[in-house]
Design a protein around this ligand. Sequence first.
Ligand SMILES: *Cc1c(COP(=O)(O)O)cnc(C)c1O
Length: 343
Amino acid sequence: MTPIDLRSDTVTKPSAEMRRAMMDAEVGDDVYGEDPTVNRLESLAADMLGTGAALFCTSGTQSNLLALMAHCERGDEYIVGQYAHTYRYEGGGAAVLGSIQPQPLDFEEDGTLDLEKVSGAIKPDDPHYARTRLLCLENTHRGKVLPLSYLKEAKAFADDKGLLMHLDGARLFNAAVKQGVDVRDITRNFDTISCCLSKGLGAPVGSVLCGPEARINKARRWRKLLGGGMRQAGILAAAGIYALTHHIQRLKEDHENAMALAKGLASIDGIEINPQSVQTNILFADIKADMNRLCRFLKERGIIIDNAGHLRMVTHLDISAEDVEYTIQSFRRFFTSDLSVTG
Ligand SMILES: *Cc1c(COP(=O)(O)O)cnc(C)c1O
């Protein structure tokens, strides 16, 4: 049986239909701008997100870095969440490769950055300081969807302060589907948006960076410099087109599965989880048992979870409602066995 892999929505495998689209893709040299499938993906993404242009990138890390480097010069600063991917989980790329200083701030409980705290972190125009240029948000953040009213406020705030806005929208479409809105109701508040094709959307590789043409052209130069100029990349872009045309509305199923999983786990003694906190496809729980034993027990039953301090599970394209039922049963079995007793 294929394992039930709940570590991340990055683990999805391309479906037979997606592989067929990849195999049939018309290709050319994209560094010359001659790959028709990459060009089609880029205009599709720009249309969907309502930006003038888009750029096919190798990963979300690359796409975010390109945005930061397209907005900020050496000695500029971006304000970002302490646990934001663009600060914490991208190897310090903005500082290492862009000479851009991060100014991290704690996230609020709902995944927003308090605009008063942001305001307090903006540096005065004085040679002692880096130049604050950019505010970077993340949606969804740990599975939480940023309210549209907040995005509007943040945009007005940024305009007032002369800041640019970048969205790390690795799971942008999860947010739009959850809110039942056109994705443009989210993206219109940002100068650039990075969106992963290889998370819940189920493509094997790639992200798109969307924004106005001049900004995207700047990012395209940086992408080449960073080794991201790919040639017959239409084979990969075809998967992205397939994902954007077939895999968005079904994200709802992932959200329902995550909620069902949360509710099932909440009924088990030894697991602490508030199903109300689950908004999209990511759930967190506290476990009162030895994680090593739990992971081993589940692995023997074909279920893979991350062995971290707390439990984080992610639903996706390759997780069915039956998989969720089976997973809940397996957790229940563990927590009613001697194995769950610590010591
Ligand atoms: C996955 C992810 C990214 C990009 O990751 P890559 O693995 O480089 O594609 C960026 N931001 C968030 C919030 C993510 O979850």
